[in-house]
Design a protein around this ligand. Structure first.
Ligand code: PGA
Length: 266
């Protein structure tokens, strides 16, 4: 099985957002350390910066990948409050979420800064998980696809084939995220992802064999995870609050095992 770009690999991760201080984060990591995902599933967790090093140490020998939730594009310097890619890598993390809608919405991140961060992450060996998403207005005006194509094209601008092979994309409709969000209907996600697959081919080039994994995120729960993972162009899910409790997260991962084995056998 190839490490990335494989049709049969399903990615399932949870972003803890601004939850869990160091003690709680380590306890949660310990609860996840012995967990073995079903064959074909790659799992990851995104703790806050303050516990990145400790959580990475606890999960060092487990299949659980550890990733940061954000980063700055410069390596070092007078950037008060920022964290760089080399710092994240030194903590033992190998992934980083870039351009989450909460960063775009509340902290002024733009497609341009997302691209700077993606390039810096790749330069330092981190795997970027780039979030793209349409707002409710864009969804209602019927321009979701245009928004997503623009975000993806700018985010991945200037990357090499080698770089593409290390990138993950998460489609996260802004209107579907959080307690006030409503999960996107599976047929809608299917349609979006199939079109996004074509956009990815456009970005990587007509001759490229790289298949960038496309995850779905936004109110994923025990009630709907199988509906999303069953879709042919969905390569996994990015889970928020439904995955914060380790027991719930492991249950969510286990619940897709029969779907994944069908992919593995296909
Ligand atoms: P949610 O968050 O699952 O709590 O809606 C998803 C996300 O922001 O990635």
């Amino acid at each position: 099985m190839r490490f990335t770009g494989d049709k049969k690999t399903v990615w399932i991760g949870t972003n803890w957002k601004m939850n869990k201080g160091p003690a709680e984060a380590v306890a949660a990591a310990r609860a996840l350390a012995a967990f073995r995902p079903p064959e074909g599933v790659r799992t990851f967790v995104n703790p806050p910066f303050t516990s990145l090093k400790d959580v990475s140490a606890v999960l060092q020998d487990s299949p659980m990948i550890v990733g940061a939730q954000n980063m700055f594009w410069e390596d070092r310097g007078a950037w008060t409050g920022e964290i760089s890619a080399p710092m994240i890598a030194e903590c033992g993390a190998s992934m980083v979420v870039i351009g989450h809608s909460e960063r775009r919405q509340h902290f002024g991140e733009t497609d341009w800064t997302v691209n700077l961060k993606v390039r810096a992450a790749l330069k330092h060996g981190l795997r970027p998980l780039v979030c793209i998403g349409d707002t409710l207005d864009e969804f209602e005006f019927g321009v979701s696809q245009e928004t997503l194509a623009r975000q993806a094209k700018i985010a991945l601008h200037g990357l090499s084939q080698e770089d593409f092979a290390r990138v993950l994309i998460a489609y996260e409709p802004v209107w579907a995220i959080g307690a006030a969000g409503r999960p996107a209907e599976a047929p809608f996600v299917s349609q979006i992802h199939t079109k996004l697959r074509a956009v990815m081919q456009d970005i990587t080039g007509p001759d490229s064999t790289v298949r960038i994994p496309l995850l779905y995120g936004g109110s994923v729960s025990q009630a709907n995870i199988r509906d999303y993972v069953a879709l042919p162009d969905v390569d996994g899910v990015l889970i928020g609050r439904a995955g914060w409790e380790p027991a719930d997260f492991m249950k969510l991962i286990d619940s897709v095992s029969t779907l994944v084995s069908a992919r593995v056998d296909a």
